[in-house]
Each structure stands twice: as C-alpha cells, then as structure tokens.
Design a protein around this ligand. Structure first.
Ligand code: UD1
Length: 424
C-alpha cells in the first residue's frame, strides 16, 4: 500500500515538462493491433494505464519493448484474440481493442471494461456500432464474443452522443473495413485527432477528425509509419499542474503543453485571479494572494470545459473568495472528491449534476483517500495549498494517469513524498 504525504503551504517555482497524453496513447496502442510490423512511439507517458495496454498487446501475441517514454510494438504475428477479464478490468480503454481486433482478425472475446467509478458507463454505443458494421456479438454472463465472418463493412453511424471511446472504436474498426464509413456527431477531442494522425501515418484514409463528421475509406491493410510517432501532450495533466500552482501559489512554467487544447480551462484560472501567459507551446502561471470565485463551470464535450478537469479546478476554488457553481453534464457520479475536500474543511454542497462550492479561508491537512483518478489529483492540488500535512491513500488511481507526480512536484519545490506502508 502506497500513499502520498504532502506538507502544504510551500509555493511552487520552476518548470514542468508536460507528459504525453494518457487518453491519446491508449487508443494508439490499440491501433497497433491493425499494423503488421513494428510501430515506434515517442512521448508515451510512464503511467499504469499505458502498462496495462502494453500487457494486453503482449497477451495478444505482440512483441512490446519500451525504454522510458519510447515504446515499440510489433503486431506482425498475433496469437490470440481473447482479452482476459483481469486485463479488461484494469481500465475503461480496454474496450477499444474490440474495433481493432475485429478489424485485424475478424473476431474477439472480451468482457466489460473497468475504469474509474463515475456512475454507469455503458458500452451500448460501441456494441451497436460494431453490429451495424456486420459483427455478430453475443453477451453471455458478461463475456462478449464478437465475430465478423465476412469482414466488417463500412456504413453510416449517427452517434446519439459524441462519445470519445465509441468514436475511437468505430475509427479502428472502419480503417480496414470494406467501403466507406461516416461518423456523424463524432467526438472532437484532440485525442481523436491524434488517433486519426496515427492511423493516417499507417496508410489509413480518414478525413474530418476534429470536426463532427469523420469519413473513413477502408484500406486493405495498415503498415507502421517509417518514423516514430509522437503522442500529443496531456492537456489534463497540464491543467492539473496549473491548478497545483493556483492552490500553492508561486510561479510555474508548464512546458510543451499544447495551450490550444486548454482554451476552455485557461480563462477560468484567469477569472480566479491567476496570471497566465501563453508562450508558443508553454504556459506561464503566477499566483499570489487569495483567489476569487469563477462563473458557473459547466462540463461539456470538447471544445467545452472538460469533465476531466472538473475535480482539478474545484480544488483551488474551495479557498476562493465567493461561491462557484459546477454543473457536471458528462458523467452521473463525478463528485466523489467533494466529500474528501469537505473533510479538508471545504464547503461543498453536491447534489445530482450540481455542486456549489463556497470558498473558505483555508483547507487543512487530513488523512484521506483518492476516490478516482482526477478526484485523487484534486486532493493533491488541495493538499499543496492546505495548512498542515495530508496523507492520500488509494494512489494507484493517480498512477493510472500521472507520471511520477511526486517527483514532478518535488522538482518545483513541493513537499511531497511517496511512502510504502505494510497492509493492515
Ligand atoms: C473518455 C476519456 C475520459 C473522459 C471522457 C469524456 C479515455 C480513455 N477516457 O472516456 O477520460 O472523461 O472521455 O471526455 O479517453 N456513453 C454511453 N454509452 C456508450 C459510451 C458512452 O452512454 O456506449 C456515455 C457515458 O456513460 C458518458 C458519456 O457517454 O456519460 C461520455 O462517455 P465517453 O465520451 O464515451 O467517455 P469515455 O470514452 O469512456
């Protein structure tokens, strides 16, 4: 059992280099299944979800090697199309292997994916899209068996909601399907464009990614790009480190973070009274004195305010002057961090989609537990600005998405360490 121990109240100074994006590397790793040959990737974050994806690839028969942030995956010879339930349960993203495996082998067996508990997270859109492309899918006691004996066929999909995962799964299934696939009301997140860029580099014919209508013309096969493919920066990790500075005060330069992907987030920090400057691909943040409340924050699909940044921005707003209202529109149960923040002294009333945060002068260190990935990150932010020491357990959630968070923050002067304790 590991925990983070954070002594609050020390301002942060220095530079942080943004890690590669978790939500971009995972679909790109699934896409490797479609490539016959050795794919080389750069800027892969060293996080546990990436290791879980690499374990899935290895279990399918791929040869995966990695050195730091570089990774090579050779899927020339796959020996299995079956993903065990223990691997599927490690994360939500395991479900996008469905489209990739159906595209490559015409069959797969898997089960319902795991991931953070953010309320019900159905996969109905994924399954109905694969069926529409000709897959025969059965679900017996949670084991999902898929076959496409005659191969997948391109078709038109009109998504009832622009789901990120469903858009990725359809893209993966469609790139080697017969004929044209069109996805209307597709997700527009930057990670979709990263997947599109990777698939194009492998020879896929895709257009329109980043907009609401993606068109894909199936090709016979994909081949690895000649050059290593670079994963985009993690916009949520960048927002997290900005939030750390907003909580603790100080001056940070967040390097290589694709500020254009943070256009909905930067103005909220500015409203709070933080000074932010964008220099090319870097963001400078300076914070001194007490923060101010922000206008109502409504989570939306991209380019709206990201649900993944909701918990992270709630942390600094707990000590801002005034009241901020959050409306969570994407997930049903995404305020599990509110209780933990209240135990640190915050005043948060959360009910249904709405959370009302009334700023208090200070938060106080306590013993607490990460409720999920971004909720855990919010506790780290809050602890950096709190009076006294905070101990956060359940940090395997945080390790799913943040590369060595304690080292990154220590390098900026934070008093944070990782401790291992015996299981009780
Ligand atoms: C991805 C991100 C996650 C982010 C989320 C929303 C990854 C690995 N994860 O998750 O960090 O919080 O986008 O930006 O990229 N839905 C259905 N049926 C489906 C699929 C989704 O009802 O078949 C619903 C979900 O329950 C949710 C909404 O659609 O309410 C959005 O989910 P989706 O965009 O699919 O999120 P994920 O791809 O799971």
């Amino acid at each position: 059992m590991q925990k983070l121990v954070i002594e609050g109240g020390t301002p942060l100074f220095g530079e942080i280099i943004t890690q590669g994006a978790k939500n971009a590397v995972l679909p790109v790793l699934a896409a490797c299944v479609l490539c016959e040959g050795k794919v080389m990737l750069r800027n892969c974050p060293c996080i546990s979800d990436r290791y879980a994806s690499a374990r899935i690839l290895s279990a399918l028969g791929a040869k995966v090697t990695a050195e730091g942030n570089s990774l090579a995956a050779d899927c020339s010879d796959l020996s299995s199309d079956d993903i065990s339930s223990s691997l599927m349960k490690t994360m939500r993203s395991s479900i996008i292997f469905m489209g990739a495996l159906l595209g490559r082998t015409g069959k797969c067996t898997l089960c319902y994916p795991g991931g953070c508990n953010l309320g019900p997270r159905p996969i109905d859109m994924h399954i109905s899209a694969m069926r529409k492309m000709g897959a025969v899918i059965s679900d017996e006691y949670g084991v999902i068996s898929c076959t496409a004996p005659e191969g997948l066929k391109g078709c038109r999909h009109s998504l009832s909601f622009p789901s990120v995962g469903a858009t990725e799964n359809i893209m993966l299934a469609a790139v080697t399907a017969e004929g044209e696939t069109v996805i209307s009301n597709a997700a527009r997140e930057p990670e979709i464009c990263c997947l599109g860029d990777f698939l194009r580099a492998c020879g896929a014919k895709i257009s329109g990614d980043g907009g609401g209508r993606i068109a894909i013309e199936g090709v016979k096969k994909l081949t690895p790009p000649p050059e290593p493919f670079e994963i985009i920066p993690d916009r949520i990790a960048a927002a997290t480190y900005i939030s750390c500075a907003a909580c603790a005060g100080g001056e940070l330069l967040i390097r290589d973070c694709a500020p254009a992907h943070l256009e909905a987030v930067i103005p909220v920090f500015e409203q709070m009274g933080c000074r932010l400057r964008v220099f090319g691909s870097n963001i400078y943040i300076y914070k001194k004195g007490r923060l101010k409340a922000a206008d109502t924050i409504r989570t939306m699909v991209y380019p709206g305010f990201p649900t993944d940044a909701q918990a992270i921005l709630m942390a600094p707003l707990c000590t801002a002057e005034g009241t901020t209202v959050f409306v969570e529109n994407i997930f049903e149960n995404r305020y599990r961090h509110a209780d933990a923040l209240c135990r640190m002294g915050a005043d948060i009333r959360a009910e249904g989609k709405v959370a009302v945060v009334t700023g208090v002068p200070h938060l106080y260190g306590t013993v607490t537990e990460a409720p999920d990935l971004r909720g855990g990150a919010a506790l780290v932010c809050a602890a950096l600005g709190a009076m006294g020491t905070t101990e956060i357990s359940g940090i395997s959630y945080i390790d799913r998405g943040y590369e060595e968070i304690e080292q990154v923050l220590s390098s900026a002067g934070a008093k944070i360490s990782r401790m291992t304790e015996e299981k009780q």
